[in-house]
Design a binder for this molecule. Sequence first.
Ligand code: PLP
Length: 396
Amino acid sequence: MVKLSDRMDKIQPSKTMAVMALAKDLKAQGIDIVDLGAGEPDFPTPEYIRDLATKAMADGYTKYTKVDGIPELKEAIALKLKRDNDLNYSPEQIIVSCGAKHAIYNAMMAVVNEGDEVIILSPYWVSFPEMVKMADGEPVFAELDPKADYRRTLKPFEEYVTDRTVAVILNSPSNPVGSLLDDDFIAEVIKTAREKDLLIISDETYERITFENKYKSIAAYEGGNEVTLTVNSMSKTYSMTGWRIGFAAGAEKLIKAMSKIQSQVTSNANSIAQKASVGALNGDQSEAEMMRDKYWERRDVVYEGLSNLPGIKVNKPEGSFFIFPDVSAHYGKSVNGKSINGSVEFAEFLIEHAKVVVIPGVAFGSDNNVRISFAVPKEEIEKGIERIGEALNLLN
Ligand SMILES: Cc1ncc(COP(=O)(O)O)c(C=O)c1O
């Protein structure tokens, strides 16, 4: 008999599994499903990046590398952080990991003791609380205010801090709400972090997918640099989700600790993907910009479309490729005697009656909402919205 650790009781299985299983079943039956659940770009990785990987392999670049990344990639990252974010980091302050997810996990393991609290803005990306728990910490949720377009928390930030708080995770632009945090709010977080000696972990994975407003890194705000670990990724900007390259930049002491952990768990990130990432960061950025422009166009379509549906409240995403409508006005209604009382039941209703897949908001900490991805072609979005509209008419 296998005996599992107590830790396993604390970690949540994915709340979206049932919905995804239902969608899979219907697809397998040949039913035409509009899948708006995607968590990754629908574009292929740009050809010049794939060619660089082919070359790296042909050149025999297939062995272990330095744990914290090949020097030329760390240099390219330092250059990127200077060019795009106006941040100065030396190579010793940078680590390359197997995705941003891995970098954040390393950071959790490096700074969280048992019972320590980590503040997470809610709605949140699903992995944040689970990673805190894996490090034996306690996630503390600071609710973002939907009336302020999720740009700040409901209460002043300081009120979420206790004697046990060691860190806060910011994610702007956010998955799932697509908001950018307010300058004032960021200043408030930095001030509190400096006063209370907290680490800000800034997950900037969607930094390059922003629309009207240009992104400013948290570490670039006044006083932010010393208290922030800047995390970013190749995954979304360059449509390289499967390549597993992310990175973090911050205090040398923290980066060294993260490298120590990584050295005993995964060693380096994939050597071929690292080599190709150098060219991706240093090369022509027009494909990344083209993808961003496409998301922007789709954002307008999905926002317009949802705004016109009855009982749907929606904020306008300023970045990422997600929109997070509040559908709770429909809770308590039913179809064919089956009532809808939460985001899972609403998502199931959409699969059954609209043949559209969305992700229940409860997975991200908000049961009033569902997450819709616009990392899908415009025509699919239009079709999905039309179907959702028709299905809503069935509710009474
Ligand atoms: C907010 C956020 N951070 C990190 C990641 C994961 O990035 P990576 O592929 O670099 O691990 C995702 C992916 O969905 C994300 O939404």
